[in-house]
Each structure stands twice: as C-alpha cells, then as structure tokens.
Design a protein around this ligand. Structure first.
Ligand SMILES: [Zn+2]
Length: 730
C-alpha cells in the first residue's frame, strides 16, 4: 500500500510538471497481456481475452468482488454475444489505445480507452470512458463487426457481465451472501430495495414492460458489507432489456444487462449483415461502499448528462417551496380500507381541524369524477356540475380555516394515461395491438397512447385546462399503473415505428409539467404515485413530487425515501407514502419517522389517536415546520442493512445534523457512532423530541449510548431516537 501511494505521487508529479489539469487522475497502462484503466476510485484490468476485474480504490486499499479468470468454465467477459447459436466470448485482444484528456460538454474532463479484439468472424471494439466527475464509474459501449461473408443472426448481447463472489472481500462469508436492489416490482406491495440473495436465486427482469406497472429501472446493485457493484444503462431513451441476477452452481452471483434483439421491438436488429457493425447501448459499472445510495446517485447523474446531451431536460435540480407542503387527502376519510366515499361537506367539515394541525393542501382522491378517461365531475358529489367544484375550490382558497384563518391549495387525483372507456373521441387516442384491437392490460382497462399528438392535446388543452382554468385547482397527482404503454399499432397515430409509445413514454409528462408550470408560475405542484409500481426513470424530469407510493411496511418507507433522494437529489421532496396505518398496510402511524427521515408529511386520515395522540402528532407537525428536515441535505452515512440500528442523517445549511436511529420490531440499547461530524468541532447533543440534553460530543470521538424508544402508537411497531447535533460557536 505504501509503495502504491508513492507510485501515485510520482505520476502526479509528472503530470503536473507537463502542465496538465490538476484533476488529471485517470490513468492507463498496458503491460504484457493486461490493460489497466484507472480513475480515483475504480480500476478495470482487462486480460488478453477481454475478461476483466473491476477494483475499488481508496487511500487505504484496493478491493474487488468479481472473479475474472478466463479459464473458469462458468466465467464470461463483461461484453460478449451469441450469433447463429455460437457464443463469442473469448476475443483475443489486438490493440488498445487511450485518448488524451478531453472535455465532454456534459460530463467534463475525461479519457477514453479503445480496445479491439477478434474471435472468428467477429471483431469486437470496446470504448471505455472515465470522467473526473464520476471517479467510481466506467461507461462502456461495445461494437461488433461481422467480418465474415454471410449475415449473422444475433441471438443475445451481454453488457457488464460480472461474476460476484463475497469471499473475495470476506473469506468467512458464503459466495452469494449479498444484498441487492431489484429493477422491477413483482406485484403490489412487494419490496424492491435491500433484498437478500439466496443460494437458488435466478431472475431476469425485463425493463421496461416487465413486472407490475410495466416500468422499472435499468439498474441493479449488489453489495456486501465491504464493497458493492452496480451496473446500469445510461441511454437517453428507454431501451428494452433484461437485467439478469442469478446464483450459479458454484454459488457465485452473475449479474448482467442482457439484450435479446427479439425483445426489443426493433431497437436492436436481429441480423448483422456481412461487413456491417452494430454498436450497443451505453452502460456503466460503479464500485462503491455502503448500500444502494451512492450507485443510484451516480446512475442519476450520468443519466442526467445523457438526457441533456440528447437535448432533453435533465433531472430537476431545484424544487419549489410548495412541493414541501404537507397534504391530506380524502382516500381514508370514511374507511380505513380507503375509498372514494366522501362528500364535499364532509371534506369542508374537517378543514378547520386540518388547518390547525398544519395542513395547507388537500387532495380530492379517487372518487370525484364520473369515468376514468373522461374526467367529468361525479354528478352525485357535484350536482350542479362545474359550479360546485368552482365554489369548493374558491372556498378552500379563502382565508378562513382554523384558528389562524388559513387557506388551502387543492390537488386532484387522476390516472392521466388510463381509460375505462373506448367510446367517443377517446377511442382514437388508445393504444392498439398488432391485431388492431385496443390494448387492455392497464389498471383502468384501456391506455392512452403517449406518443400521439392528440393525446397530448387532450391531456393538456382539454383536461388540465378544465382542472386549472375552469375549476381553479392547484396540482395533479398521477396514479395507477397505466403510465408505461406497450408498442402501439393504431393506424391513425401514424407512428414511424410502433415502439414510439415506449420510447416516448415521458412525452405526456413533459407536456403536462410544462403546461402546469405555465398555469401556476408562482406555486406549482405535480406528483407521481403509480399505485405502488416502481417509477419510470425517464419520467423523472417531469414532475416535482415523488411519493414512496403505497408502502406496506415502515422499512419500505425508509428504503424508498433513500432511493428517491439518491435519484432525485438529496433535497428532493419525497412523500412518506401516508403516515397513517391502513387496513392494507402495516405502517406504524408514526409521524416522528416521517419527519426525521426527511420526508414530507402526507396523510389519508390524520386521526390523531392513530398517530400517537394529539400532543405527539402536533409536536411532530410543529417540528416538521420549525426546522424543515424535508429540504435538508440527506447524507448517506449508514448502510440500511449492515448498520444496526438503521441510521439516517439530515444536514441543514447551518451545519446542524439530525440523526434518526430506528429499528422495526425490536428496541436497541447501546453505542452508536455519530458519523459525519467535523473532527475538529464539538457539538451539543439533544434529544430532538424530548429536548433532553446529552451534553457535548467531540467530532473526534463520536460514540454515544442511546436507547430506542417505542413509537407512540399502541403496538409500537418502530423503535427510534432522534438526535440534534449543533456545532459549538454558532
Ligand atoms: Zn399510438
């Protein structure tokens, strides 16, 4: 290790001497039979047959969790393919060349390594990219040239194929003992973050169009306590692929992005003519410490660059104040099961109490309309039609609610791309299958085509115009699992290709988001729920508020919040998926959790006896507003699985840190390490809820004994403590 740092220092000196940028860390070496490409925290060593070992580097160590032998019969190189039934996975390296530093307009300073190799009639070229800005990531594109005289049928293309072995970083563990994230959700209520890998685990997930809601993300992370590796796709349009994760007979874990041209609706050709070349999609590998947060952050950052490179809007960087506003909605008001059973009088009757609790936004949930797709008012709830809704919204906007004469913003629930009817003018907008029939796989039944101009016109100029300009509402909440369409063959849509409805799945959300921003330039709000389905990453730039979406356990609330903060930014507004315990979930109904993990409080019931009592619920609502942890900086300092108890940390701009230690189902008493403190600073530590002092702690010695207390609800499903650490001399 010492020798290595000396070597690094020499490289530095030479580079600096010749006047290169101070950030010139990316390095390339070519020793006999092994090419090595290295950034500050990642190194890829590629052997003479293009098998590769990926290493994590820091000042102390060089670690790898992937087997890279080209002799192992189960092994594969990271990039290979099958054509005419023959596997091409043993390319002999012919050349390698590394570029000088260049500046990419979206990714900044970087270097490119190009390696070529041959096997039979196939010439493979790999282009690897490293950037100073992403020191633990390598981007790669593979190319395959058919040098034969006959065309080839492409069966499979594999990108970023790695064999992971926990024993490489911890010999005492079994080879498959990792945690992982899953790129799709199997069904409503299922978890997709922080899952175990078992010795018989074997899955291939198609993204998008697979699983519940046909969405998903082109990303998988596998991690142990010592190290993690994530692979992901960074194309500027949705691509149809499979993500593979399987335990082999030797208990090592294979992961890969698997492209089957026959799956892809023509995105990848099934034939490779003689003399022609195919370039695959851009993918990346990231090595990291801790759980899925860091690689998810990298995935979002690199994808953001790819979107902007393609001229699209990138991820949202700043969120308007309105998006941090707690809201209450009608779904649970008359039934713990949830229902659309409400009247406007019942809603109005609760508003004084809600205003006093601290809510300034309400949502009319499922139940206000006549038919999904048509979105006229339910004549029973609104007997005088539009004028009833206009009067209700005006009443909400007037400053007369509660002790402090508050007003309310009004949001509407809906399913923008779903339709329960194929009648009238809607029939022209619907997705059709190759047989010319309407697609009927959605939650609503039918689905509006996202890549058809008339759909965009209907959603904005007709429906949003009705909601915003006729009725005067302030926000919309997109729900149900109809937001990812299959290929559309409707003749009147005149698609250049049926897959347009997949590749442009974000287009309605882009148009609606822009329309809403124009209507409410001072206070705009739009949100995505998708009825528990994992949200589509390509729709991310086009709504402000994301919800943890129908979590069924407290753990799901916490893990999903962490996932969303990683992808959308550490200050992004994230809903707690409703603080209330319902008959279809098992949440603790603990407002302390909502506040202390940094979520926005949202509620279906706000029955204070179910939230730990009036005093407890009000105390946490007051704390929500007083220091606004929801727009603080979410720090990734504890692993959701390997650190116990679970720890969450928010830092505010004034340097104050808020720690939330939590466990579901059992208490904890013992030391915790307060990570993230400045080593040269002393902090005053208090229990945030009880205002009790724990004295002072030094950043140099940040251990503290804590005892988690049960939540205030009757059965105490979570145990927690919240600490506030204020740096001295503030
Ligand atoms: Zn269409």
């Amino acid at each position: 290790m010492v020798l290595k740092s000396v070597l690094y220092t020499c490289v530095w000196s030479v580079v600096c001497y010749f006047g290169a940028s101070l950030s010139a860390e990316i390095n390339y070496t070519n020793n006999v039979g092994e090419v090595s490409f290295r950034n500050t925290h990642i190194q890829v060593d590629i052997d003479e047959h293009m098998y590769a070992r990926v290493k994590y580097l820091d000042n102390q160590q060089s670690l790898s969790m992937n087997d890279a032998s080209n002799q192992d019969p189960l092994a594969q190189p990271p990039f290979f393919m099958r054509a005419n039934g023959t596997l091409y996975n043993h390319f002999a390296v012919e050349s390698s060349r590394c570029s000088e530093y260049f500046t990419d307009p979206n990714y900044g300073p970087g270097r490119k390594l190009t390696i070529t190799g041959r096997e039979g009639v196939i010439k493979q070229t790999l282009v690897l990219e490293m950037y100073d800005r992403y020191p633990d990531v390598v981007l790669v594109q593979s190319q395959y040239l058919n040098e034969g005289e006959t065309p080839l049928s492409i069966n499979d293309i594999y990108c970023q194929y790695y064999r992971l072995n926990r024993k490489l970083t911890n010999p005492a563990e079994l080879s498959y003992k990792f945690r992982h994230t899953k790129p799709i959700q199997d069904s409503w209520g299922h978890s997709y973050l922080n899952l175990p890998i078992t010795n018989d685990y074997s899955e291939e997930f198609q993204v998008p169009l697979g699983g519940y809601g046909r969405s998903g993300v082109p990303f998988i992370d596998v991690w142990g306590q010592e190290l993690g590796m994530a692979i992901f796709m960074v194309e500027s349009v949705p691509r149809i692929m499979r993500i593979l994760c399987r335990v082999q007979s030797d208990w090592k874990v294979d992961i890969s992005i698997h492209i089957r041209p026959s799956d892809t609706q023509g995105q990848v050709p099934e034939r490779l003519p003689a003399g022609q070349e195919i370039t695959t999609w851009k993918t990346a590998v990231c090595v990291h410490k801790g759980d899925f947060f860091n690689p998810a952050r990298r995935f979002a950052q690199v994808l953001d660059g790819a979107l902007q490179k393609a001229g699209k809007r990138g991820f949202i960087a700043e969120y308007p104040p309105q998006t941090y506003q707690p809201y209450w909605k009608t779904w649970g008001m008359n039934s713990k099961q949830g229902s659309g059973d409400f009247t406007l009088d019942q809603v109005s009757a609760r508003m004084d109490e809600l205003a006093d609790a601290g809510f300034h936004s309400i949502m009319l949930d499922d139940g206000w309309y006549d038919t999904v797709g048509q979105w006229n008012l339910d004549p029973e709830k609104f007997p005088r039609g539009d004028s009833d809704m206009v009067a209700f919204v005006k009443d909400c906007h007037s400053s007369r609610w509660g002790k402090h004469d508050a007003s309310f913003q009004v949001y509407l629930w809906w399913d923008p791309l779903g339709s329960k009817t194929a009648e009238g003018s809607l029939s022209d907008l619907l997705v059709q299958n190759p047989e010319g029939e309407y697609f009927t796989g959605g939650q609503a039944g039918y689905m509006l085509c996202p890549a058809y101009e008339e759909t965009i016109h209907y959603l904005t100029d007709v429906l949003l115009n009705r909601f915003y300009n006729t009725w005067g509402v302030d926000g919309v909440y997109h729900d149900w699992t109809d937001q990812n369409a299959p290929a559309c063959y409707a003749p009147s849509h005149q698609h250049a290709d049926p897959r347009e409805s997949i590749e442009k799945n974000y287009e309605p959300f882009r148009a609606m988001h822009e329309y809403i921003r124009q209507q409410r330039p001072d206070s705009y709000w739009d949100s995505q729920c998708n009825c528990a389905a994992m949200h589509d990453i390509y729709q991310y730039p086009y709504y402000y508020f994301e919800d943890t979406s129908d979590p069924t356990t407290d753990r799901q609330v916490r893990y999903r919040l962490k996932w969303i903060k990683a992808l959308r930014g550490s200050r992004a507004p994230v809903g707690d998926g409703y603080v209330d315990d319902m008959s279809y979930n098992h949440l603790s109904g603990e407002p302390a959790q909502s506040v202390a993990i940094g979520s926005v409080i949202t509620s279906l019931r706000w029955k204070v006896d179910e939230l730990g009592g009036q005093e407890h619920a009000q105390q946490w609502m007051d704390l929500y507003y007083s220091e606004k942890l929801s727009d603080g900086e979410f720090l990734n300092l504890y692993d959701v699985y390997y650190d116990s108890p679970e720890g969450y940390v928010i830092r505010k701009n004034n340097g104050i840190l808020y720690y939330f230690f939590v466990q579901s189902d059992s208490s904890y008493s013992g030391d915790v390490e307060l990570r993230g403190l400045q080593s040269n600073t002393r902090y005053k530590v208090t229990d945030y809820e009880l205002q009790k002092s724990y004295g002072e702690i030094s950043g140099k010695d940040p251990a503290l004994k804590i005892t988690l207390k049960p939540g205030n609800n009757e059965d105490g499903k979570i145990f927690y403590q919240v600490l506030k650490c204020v740096p001295e001399k503030m």
